[in-house]
Design a protein around this ligand. Sequence first.
Ligand code: ADP
Length: 358
Amino acid sequence: MAKFDTIGVLTSGGDAPGMNTAIRAITRRALQHGIKVKGILGGYSGLVNDSMIDLGARDVSNIEYLGGTILYSDRCLEFKTEEGMQAAIATCKRHNIDAIVAIGGDGTFRGATDLSLRGIPTIGVTGSIDNDVTATDYTVGFDTAMNTVVEAVDRLRDTCQSHARCNVVEVMGRDCGEIALKTGIASGAVAIAIPEVPFDEDAAIERIIAAKKSGKRSMIVIVSEGVFTADGKPYGEVLRHVIQEKTGVETKFARLAHIVRGGAPTLRDRLTATEMGAFAVDLLMEGKSDVIVAEVAGKIVSYDISFALITDKMYKKKLAEGALDKFSAEDVEKMKAICDFRAAEIRRLYDIHLGLCR
Ligand code: ADP
């Protein structure tokens, strides 16, 4: 078992509900092992600028249900420079911090690798509303974000029904359409546009015209923020006008934006954040470093960060020349299987939607 005096915990990149629940679990699990905990403030900026607080058992009381992050988050460009990195390492040395648990998304994990390579064992825990880390089935915050979208869309549905309107709703997700796809299905959307599947605009227009003729009064269309027109405009706003002009149905547009990031984490996010947080400390105790905690087929497991990041690139078709060279044939097969599974799941759900929206 590895021995640690103090570990640091930080939240970095875009915030997500459940980050606080993870902070609590990491802190309490470390204390259970007799390890002191520092909460690094403002993501990697707190390491670069030496900004942190002590975290004892009472400091993380009653935070499991709070949205946002009590440690604050930041996008710290300085940390990407060698100078910033050296400042971060010096901060760790000054405070006897001999390991870090970093909660965030893929950018945060790149930073975690940089720390690990410089001798500070670092474990990543996913905190991202987008569910956009391909190697894990689930990222903490996703369920809460989806529930927030569904609640908002249910309200829009009420008023659409009263006034016989269509409402195009744009939701977050960056280049991952999972929030849009799953909330679209759960809200009975008449059309869903996501980056992963080509959107058939003509078919959607025909559907809306036919639905209107058959007496449908309320139409919900969900568009992922990662879908753009050929000339780079956010597609949701454009689609709103296309629908109104071509179908004659009065059409409104709503961008839910950061509303979807806030709020108390759901039970699913609290449970997963707790399991992942505790597991991250256990991994450190086993001497692991440079890995992320993932959920695969309902089990909490770990992946090397480089494996996870390259799987992501493979899925998003952004693999650089030679990026797979350092991986074994077995690893590459495993990556392909993960990507195929995810793509097939998206297609399967999209087809269910297409069969039901009328
Ligand atoms: P997320 O973790 O949600 O993907 P970002 O991509 O903004 O969010 O990354 C969060 C932070 O992680 C950045 O502000 C930076 O401090 C650090 N980071 C991102 N990319 C790298 C990198 N290539 N090397 C070192 N640190 C990085």
